[in-house]
Design a protein around this ligand. Structure first.
Ligand SMILES: NC(=O)c1ccc[n+]([C@@H]2O[C@H](COP(=O)([O-])OP(=O)(O)OC[C@H]3O[C@@H](n4cnc5c(N)ncnc54)[C@H](OP(=O)(O)O)[C@@H]3O)[C@@H](O)[C@H]2O)c1
Length: 276
């Protein structure tokens, strides 16, 4: 992370290290107001997806905020029903129309393996990526990448890429480290984005060591988890529909978690199943 709280992707694009997520926000008021509140609070990075069904609302929130489009880093992701060269090409134009923008700052393949396509995901990802590369060449997408691609999926796709993916967006937080995938992605130049960084909140509330940390840093558990994510060199995505939490989650640039507390969080165990 540099002084502007951004990371530079391999093609020179600057991406703010904290993004406002919009998953599970399909209510008009919640989504439009959430995006506006985030932009007012200082976020300049918004994450949506075709699958969230809210691109039109995210676009509306951006327009209502009156923050100039060029100041905002805007990401969307390909729906699972749109894999393949022809469908992907069309879906990118649909995202641009829905959002009401001329370009996206980042576009990702949301999931590598689509239900019902377990037999042909290898070929399909290669074709999908080819359409994404073409849209990048055409200037519709300023940066391109992947999401939820694990080692097997990366090893299949990477040898066929004319333009290397610049990002891999993964579920990452204490208890979910995905070390091998992170290492391989970084080896190939990808920046790492972390989704659902606040997942452990409820499980950490009665933890004495965590409560000591909230006292010591004078920060909430949410702020600790987001700061942890930044100190792991992830680009962290967080979502709230509440203005006070949106602001709280942005106040993470004025403290540093020390090494021993980072190590504690690195080793914290998630009990039970976790969806990846
Ligand atoms: N690539 C993928 O497959 C994928 C998957 C999932 C998510 N994502 C992206 O990543 C973004 C972040 O993930 P996420 O939505 O799971 O976000 P998150 O920030 O990890 O968690 C959001 C949840 O935490 C609550 N919350 C937010 N701030 C809080 C605070 N300060 N204190 C207590 N609770 C708080 C929210 O509730 P309230 O809204 O009620 O405040 C919401 O229930 C998504 O929105 C989406 O854009 C990508």
């Amino acid at each position: 992370m540099n002084i502007n709280n951004t990371i530079t992707l391999t093609n020179g694009t600057e991406i703010p290290v904290l993004g406002y997520g919009t998953w599970q926000t399909t209510d008009f008021e919640e989504c439009v107001n959430g995006v506006k509140s985030a932009l007012t609070a200082g976020y300049r990075h918004i994450d949506t997806a075709q699958m969230y069904g809210n691109e039109h609302l995210v676009g509306e929130g951006i327009r209502q905020s009156e923050v100039p489009r060029e100041e905002i880093f805007l990401t969307s992701k390909l729906d699972n029903t749109n894999h393949g060269f022809v469908k992907t090409k069309k879906a990118i134009d649909e995202s641009l129309n829905c959002l009401g923008v001329k370009y996206l700052d980042l576009f990702l393949i949301h999931w590598p393996v689509v239900e019902g396509h377990e037999h042909n995901w290898r070929e399909e990802n290669i074709e999908t990526w080819r359409a994404i590369e073409n849209a990048y060449d055409a200037g519709k997408l300023k940066a391109i990448g992947l999401s939820n691609f694990k080692v097997e999926h990366l090893e299949n796709l990477l040898p066929h890429c004319r333009i290397k993916p610049m990002v891999n967006q993964l579920r990452l937080h204490p208890g979910v480290m995905q070390e091998e995938t992170v290492a391989l992605s970084r080896e190939h130049g990808m920046a790492i984005q972390a989704w659902s960084p606040l997942s452990p909140i409820s499980r950490m509330q009665d933890n004495e060591r965590i409560n000591d940390m909230t006292d010591k840093y004078k920060k909430s558990i949410a702020q600790l988890l987001l700061r942890y994510s930044l100190q792991k060199d992830y680009i962290s995505l967080t979502k709230s529909v509440h203005e006070d939490r949106i602001k709280e989650n942005f106040e993470i640039f004025n403290f540093t978690i020390d090494q021993s507390d980072m190590e504690y969080l690195d080793l914290w165990k998630w009990e039970g199943d976790v969806f990846l």
